[in-house]
Design a protein around this ligand. Sequence first.
Ligand code: S3P
Length: 432
Amino acid sequence: MSVTIEGAGPLTGEITVPGDKSVSHRAVLLGSLANGETRISGFLTGEDCLSTVSCMQKLGVPVQVNGSDVTVNGVGLEGLREPEDILDCGNSGTTARLLLGVLAGQPFYSVMTGDSSLRKRPMGRVTKPLKQMGAEILGRDDGKLLPLSVLHGRLRPIHYNSPVASAQVKSAVLLAGLFADGVTAVTEPEKSRDHSERMLAAFGAEVEVDGNTVRVHGKPKLQGQTVRVPGDISSAAFFLVAASIVPGSDLLVKNVGVNPTRTGVLEVLKDMGADLELVNERVESGEPVADIRVRAKELQGVEIGGDIVPRLIDELPVLAVAAMFAKGKTVVRDAAELKVKETDRIAAVVEEFDKLGAAVTATEDGFVVEGGRPLSGAIAHSRGDHRIAMSLCVAALAAQGAVTVEEPESVAISYPNFWDTLQELGCRVSGF
Ligand code: S3P
């Protein structure tokens, strides 16, 4: 399958983006481990979060999905039961890694796997600390690749110094820590997204945050909650960039989560000269939320590196598109993590945007974009990666000619109504 996208003038009006993927996963997981009912609104019904729902159902948790309203009847910390079958995490790294933390503490046997992309992604970064806690995990490549079997284990608390700034690693260790007696801690080199620690505290766990270290006390009594999931800033980013680069645009993106551990994309776009304004700022279910107004403006190249990188890692492909339409050079450093996402996103950005005429070169830990060259219509491939597919579509809106994106189905991983929103904004979308 392929889809062909053509811009049709300025992007104007108001849009809402689907629920935050990270918050949606965590709401189902913690709701499952809590006592009593958890009601989630604004849940992302993308394929990744539905993988988490189906795994929790297989572990014996009643979860009802009714559009973006989800009800979880929590079974309590000790209420999960041995699954009859393999737990399929699909394309979702968050499902696999966070669930590993939960399964490591269970008194039963389980097996998990994922699709061909997920089976290539590193799981050793999670199984290593879990094994230090006493988990028994077996799998390909000495327990570093899915499929993985988790044998029943008794966990002890550790203080883990993670070599990578990864919310998935941090969350897996903290979730495992719920099943250990005593205090489990994780220190990371830079601060990654903090939804787990916020939500654990909201559900009643004792959590302490001290710089880049998070501690959780084991064996808490978690209580079901009402969770309002904000719109995903990672999904909003596609339209923030699109409206910045399509001349004459003036767009309001409503109800976007603006947790400071996620807003690197706003800081970089502002550095590039983008016209962004946060309005109606508020806090919902412990997460900062705002509407974001964006107006088209000429952008400048920038340098992106250091501790901002974990706060915008998922937005780098679409920031590369902003850089292609900016004056001058943009350099992205310290982003080697891009190589182990749904696809190697450094290679994908360099090779797929080359087909549109962009000048992007790969470096060891990022890429360099020479901005200001007009992009032309072309056929490019998503490589099965939702964020590469949507970044190509954003480029299409400001390119000279139509862009065909091959295998765009993965967009449903995080943004099921992306095509509808493009059409509502007057963009020409055909072929899906
Ligand atoms: C996520 C953490 C990030 C991010 C991913 C979602 C999460 O991954 O890229 O899309 O929900 O914890 P890493 O932990 O691998 O950096």
